[in-house]
Design a protein around this ligand. Structure first.
Ligand SMILES: Nc1nc2c(c(=O)[nH]1)N[C@H]1C(S)=C(S)[C@@H](COP(=O)(O)OP(=O)(O)OC[C@H]3O[C@@H](n4cnc5c(N)ncnc54)[C@H](O)[C@@H]3O)O[C@H]1N2
Ligand code: MOO
Length: 409
């Protein structure tokens, strides 16, 4: 059933991830510039968080042994966030305390305001309920302890990470240099958007799609434009890209047609590790190297270019960029309809999934699965991932769905 000249998707990914090594250069960036950057070494806390025992509630700081139901305590002072109470507290005394305020010495609990009754001038309270030691106290270091690792190497910094770093007072972080990735498209028929189409011409959509996906990845992009189906021009562009780029991504010209020169150019100048993957769309994907620059030859059909960028190239570029913990979200969903599928290649069908009234995930086809039809990629919110050797899917069968990654949204 399988075509031996096509490499299974998992093997293609493994091959690339084992071949490509992570960038070694690092740099220091300020916190305000760090969003989406990848941490080059772990961040350990230089503080205890919280930095001191403090109150979780508005109420009264008390000695739990004295604050028994019915007992009366004298209010000897006030502690608020930013305004600690530093004096001694006499026997059967307590301190009015606000949320976030440091816990004064010699008390061990906070009784919430609702469990007390204050006299007219609020100089005394009556305890309405017992309180136990440590009640309503947020202990020093209970969130993060001094020295604890808070963010691991290889983490792509999220807004939450940025907030966490700020809470620790960290203003600079060590990150990997961003990879520099060149993109060009090939095809005599291609016209840049804004131009005028002559007979037999189409607009170059792939380059814009790929550049946008790369921008979302946070890499440095180099737009090398559109090239004619010309071996010399393509060879020159590939050589130019090796001067300064970590990787070059092309679209088109990797199939078997008379004008498919990209792969030929790479074979002459560098080396092709593999060509043709058992996936649909995306079969004529090529991977190789040109001097120190990695090469990803994506197919020309727009959906095949998008799928191979998302499913094959993205994980490898993340690895190149230093990102660890690269995972793909995948769920089981019930096929709402019959899905065509032939054994031989793993399908990444464009689907639309949603939850039905019972909370069950249902998925249906987004329409045409032709790799030339970009509009159904727009109408989809997931890929329906069907294994290489399986046949069609009947309505009601369970299938794997991959909700679109941030690159496609
Ligand atoms: N005899 C065979 N023919 C084809 C095979 C095959 O195995 N045997 N594979 C098919 C598959 S699968 C795909 S996908 C395409 C990929 O071909 P290429 O990568 O060589 O791409 P082109 O031939 O240059 O173009 C294919 C198609 O895509 C359009 N295109 C190209 N670049 C762009 C762009 N930047 N923006 C928008 N559209 C683009 C191009 O006009 C063609 O229509 O080959 C099949 N053929
Ligand atoms: O990559 Mo092609 O899509 O399978 O037409």
């Amino acid at each position: 059933m399988s075509n031996p000249s096509l490499m299974p998707v998992e093997q293609a990914l493994e091959n690339m991830l084992n071949t490509v090594s992570t960038i070694t250069d690092k740099e220091t960036v300020e916190l305000s510039e760090a969003l989406g950057r990848i941490l080059n070494r772990p961040v350990n806390s230089t503080l205890d968080v919280p930095g001191y025992d403090n109150s979780a509630m508005d109420g009264y700081a008390v000695r739990s042994s004295e604050a028994k139901k019915g007992s009366r305590l004298k209010v000897v002072g006030v502690a608020a966030a930013g305004h600690p109470y530093n004096d001694a507290i006499p026997e059967n005394g307590c301190v009015r305390i606000m949320t976030g305020a440091p816990i004064p010495d010699s008390v061990d609990a906070v009784i919430i305001q609702e469990n007390t009754e204050a006299n007219q001038d609020k100089s005394e309270i009556t305890v309405l309920q017992n309180v136990a030691e440590s009640d309503n106290i947020r202990r020093r270091g209970s969130d993060i302890a001094l020295g604890e690792e808070v963010i691991a190497t290889g983490t792509r910094l999220s807004p939450v990470d940025i907030g966490l770093l700020a809470s620790l007072g960290i203003e600079e972080v060590a990150v990997y240099r961003r990879p520099k990735i060149a993109v060009f498209s090939t095809g005599d028929e291609l016209v840049a958007p804004g131009g005028k189409l002559k007979s037999g011409q189409i607009f170059d959509s792939n380059r814009y799609l790929l550049l946008a996906m790369l921008e979302k990845m946070g890499v440095e992009v180099v737009n090398l434009g559109r090239l004619n189906d010309d071996l010399e021009a393509i060879s020159q562009a590939l050589q130019d890209a090796t001067q300064s780029c970590d990787a070059v991504i092309t679209s088109g010209g990797v199939s078997v047609g008379d004008a498919d020169f990209t792969k030929t150019a790479l074979e002459q100048l560098g080396s092709v590790s593999f060509w043709k993957v058992a996936m649909k769309p995306g079969k004529p994907f090529a991977f190789g190297k040109l001097k120190d620059t990695w090469f990803f030859g994506l197919p020309g059909n727009p959906v095949a270019a998008a799928v191979t960028m998302d499913q094959l190239t993205q994980p490898v570029l993340k690895h190149l960029a230093g990102e660890k913990h690269i995972s793909t979200e995948s769920y089981q969903a019930t096929a709402a309809e019959y899905l065509k599928k032939r054994p031989g290649r793993a399908d990444f069908q464009r689907g639309w999934f949603e939850q039905d009234n019972n909370g069950q995930l249902k998925v249906s086809s987004a329409g045409s699965q032709s790799s030339a039809v970009l509009s159904t990629l727009k109408r989809a919110n997931c890929f329906i991932r069907l294994e290489q050797d399986r046949g069609p899917v009947n309505a009601g069968e369970e299938v794997a769905i991959l909700p679109f990654s941030s690159l496609l949204r």
